[in-house]
Ligand binder design. Structure first.
Ligand code: SAM
Length: 248
């Protein structure tokens, strides 16, 4: 039997490619890539020759593709799974093949490396001991506000992915729902030449987004709710607690 290997790829700086990634790109029997052209472009920059077969494995075909790839693993192949940037499965394809491999009892492992979540969290200066990753916020204003409301009492540091197209609206909603004063960091173009981290209160970052719209790729890291803020929230009572109150 072969193995499925998830491999992280650079999120901006080619030199972040691990020696293991380079070796695997050369030796894997099959490379399942989110975008085959981008995979070849990366291999070019790394000066690596991809000897195996390269197949497309994107969000739209990955479920159907998983079993076909795993049949090859059963017959001894090493299947390397890569996405366009960072860690596969983190807002990127890869999870379908991991799940199917587990179900079929086939080996799956990981060659870890860059991922924007941890890079941004570590640079934010906010607590890193407990955090939650929320991926992208909903696109629609009403859904986004509702979603942010559900996170208002979250005590852990919160990490969101964002795009330049929606950053202005998301920041406005964040200030409306979380208030002006919480601390946050907007981390853009991580590992690239124009990397920039803007740190401040939600209000300050919101103002900076209006005055100097950030370009490129970005991650928002927002401090969790303080004890006081959580105390201010109207507390929902459980059925048992309500019954107890009724008895009193
Ligand atoms: N799998 C990737 C990872 O492990 O980070 C994430 C893929 S997701 C489709 C793309 C998003 O990741 C971007 O919209 C941005 O929020 C974030 N991102 C990726 N690279 C980044 C970078 N160099 N700087 C800042 N954010 C980045």
């Amino acid at each position: 039997r072969g193995t499925v290997i998830l491999a992280a790829t650079p999120i901006g700086n080619t030199a972040d490619a691990s020696a293991r990634l380079v070796a695997l790109l050369e030796s894997a029997d099959i490379v399942a890539a989110e975008d085959t052209r981008r995979l070849y472009a990366l291999a070019n920059r790394l000066g690596v020759h991809v000897n195996g077969r390269v197949v497309a494995n994107h969000d739209h075909n990955e479920r159907g593709k998983a079993d076909e790839l795993l049949d090859h693993v059963e017959n001894g192949a090493t299947v390397l799974v890569v996405s366009d940037a960072g860690m596969p499965t983190i807002n990127d394809p890869g999870l379908a093949i991991v799940r199917r491999a587990i179900e079929r009892g086939l080996p799956v492992t990981c060659a870890p490396g860059p991922s924007a979540v941890l890079d941004a969290l570590a640079l934010s200066g906010l607590p890193t001991d407990r955090f939650c990753y929320e991926g992208f916020l909903p696109r629609k204003h009403s859904e986004r506000v509702q979603y942010l409301r559900s996170l208002r009492g979250e005590r852990r540091t919160i990490v969101f992915y964002e795009t330049l197209h929606r950053i202005a609206e998301s920041m406005a909603d964040l200030e409306e729902v979380f208030g002006a004063d919480r601390r946050m960091a907007l981390c853009r173009e991580l590992t690239k030449d124009y990397e920039q981290i803007r740190r401040g209160t939600i209000h300050e970052i919101n103002a900076s987004v209006v005055n100097d719209p950030p370009r490129g790729e970005m991650v928002l890291v927002v401090a969790g709710a303080s004890e006081d803020e959580v105390g201010e929230q109207p507390q929902a009572l459980s059925v048992e607690e309500l019954a107890e109150l009724a008895v009193q």
